[in-house]
Design a protein around this ligand. Structure first.
Ligand code: IMP
Ligand code: MG
Length: 172
């Protein structure tokens, strides 16, 4: 059994999501925007963000899988489910739950960059810095965390705790 310690209350998340939606809407005003949700972790954040946008973005969804190769200690990334949308000449905004080591986001950016978008930017609810191994820029960041494993508001531990309204640190 784990202990959950709240680190960001629901009201604070909602306020910050509202601010981010405004910031993103202002940045892309008058331009076409494709917002891509990285499943499953970002699903609640993405829905709330889209709901509060002042512009009308196209939305699409993808899913990644990653597995550690024990022998080489490298992480192999794979697209488990791709978007359907055409990316060419569009402003693309990748929306994820958390950037941790940075491997996933670096992989995603490079895959999407090959498809000829007009621009690519990253929006992440959380930016965790302790374990960063890849230098990825988070253009729109909700909250910065130094360390810890967190759950709630879409983020899981073994498919649990996604339903929680706030962000909680999982303590063994
Ligand atoms: P990366 O290490 O930056 O490639 O992060 C990959 C993925 O690991 C994130 O998109 C999350 O889905 C998951 N992840 C990383 N840290 C946490 C955490 O603290 N809680 C829940 N999921 C996490
Ligand atoms: Mg994720």
């Amino acid at each position: 059994m784990h202990k959950l310690i709240q680190v960001i209350p629901p009201e604070e998340i909602q306020k910050r999501v509202w601010e981010l939606a405004k910031e993103i809407s202002d940045r892309y005003a008058g331009e076409p925007l494709l917002m891509i949700c990285v499943l499953k972790g970002a699903f609640l954040f993405f829905a709330d963000l889209v709901k509060h946008m002042h512009i009308d973005p196209e939305v699409d969804f993808l899913r990644l899988s990653s597995y550690k190769q024990q022998t080489s200690r490298t992480t192999t990334m794979e697209m488990l489910s791709d978007i359907c949308a055409n990316v060419a000449d569009k402003n693309v905004l990748i929306v994820d739950d958390i950037v941790d080591t940075g491997h996933s986001m670096q992989y995603l950016k490079s895959v999407l960059a090959e498809r000829g978008p007009r621009s690519i930017a990253v929006c992440s609810l959380l930016n965790k810095r302790e374990r960063r191994e890849r230098d990825v820029l988070v253009d729109f960041c909700g909250f910065t965390l130094e360390k810890g494993f967190v759950v709630g508001y879409g983020l899981d531990y073994a498919e649990q705790y996604r339903h929680l309204g706030g962000i909680f640190e999982l303590v063994p």
